[in-house]
Design a binder for this molecule. Sequence first.
Ligand SMILES: C[S@@+](CC[C@H](N)C(=O)[O-])C[C@H]1O[C@@H](n2cnc3c(N)ncnc32)[C@H](O)[C@@H]1O
Length: 315
Amino acid sequence: MVRIYIDLYPHAFSFIPLRFAVSIGYWDDPYLQHLVRLCKERKAPEINRGKWPFFSPASSRQLRYFARVQGISQLIKAFLRKTECHCQILNLGAGMDTTFWILKDQDLLPSKYFEVDFPLIVTRKVHSIKSRPLLSKPILELHSEDTLQSGKYPPRWCYGHMLDSKRYAIIGADLRDLATLEEKLKKCNMNTQLPTLLVTECVLVYMTPEQSANLIKWAANSFETAMFISYEQVNMDDRFGQIMIENLRRRQCDLAGVEPCKSLESQKERFLSNGWETASAVNMMEVYSRLPRTEVSRYGTLSCPLTQTPVNHAA
Ligand SMILES: C[S@@+](CC[C@H](N)C(=O)[O-])C[C@H]1O[C@@H](n2cnc3c(N)ncnc32)[C@H](O)[C@@H]1O
């Protein structure tokens, strides 16, 4: 089963906007500040709480962040409840994602939570985890009693770009090199028999269509029961999408994987033609409209009235 969330804009590897959205209260995430620092000069004056012009690009962007974080979180929790947490989650291209710590707080951890990203990113994240008790304590607590008593990190705690513990592993690997990826995941006790949730948020677009197809196929063939949540762009071949691709190219960020990002249909097709039995795709306005009203009213209070929610360019 594949669930695809669609957005128009790529994030160009930036974790700053999410961090900013947290800092002004769109959702609670006490952990992100320990992984992503907010530079004062990056605080765009346009994204000033309560003062955004309706339909402005800034408010539209915040609406998408809000809908994305809430929507994906709802899906992850639904999977965890359905499997009674007897499952594993693979967050591929996780960056500075904090879902593991948030699930721990909510007593909703899977049997094991895996994150994968490039070794450079993982080294940075592992360093932050090791140096911040708020991040390392939950991992240690979930590890064996022996580890805690010895006062030392277990042997597999960290090798620079890898950290493996009982309930959480972070692995430095290239998602385009599937043999090495699988080997590293298995070393960290990935269990192909367990129901598995794979998550990619703004990741596939950085790979060529062939490379992402291989990853999608690998995921379909590797697990007995699996679901894949993908959050990607659509409408990339319209005028707006083209301008964005050009802007990113000028910033040395080439999006190798825009080809399957044409429409909701093309996004579904990439899964259906690579081993997945069913796929559904919705745009962010749809996601927003399906969110629990309690969450939506929180967003509405912090930005603009719901009747005047900004336009999203997604299909
Ligand atoms: C735009 S960021 C999104 C991060 C995170 N998923 C989120 O939504 O906050 C894309 C991430 O994918 C990772 N990534 C892209 N291509 C990758 C590859 N071939 N192998 C491993 N990680 C990759 C990047 O390093 C980056 O952390």
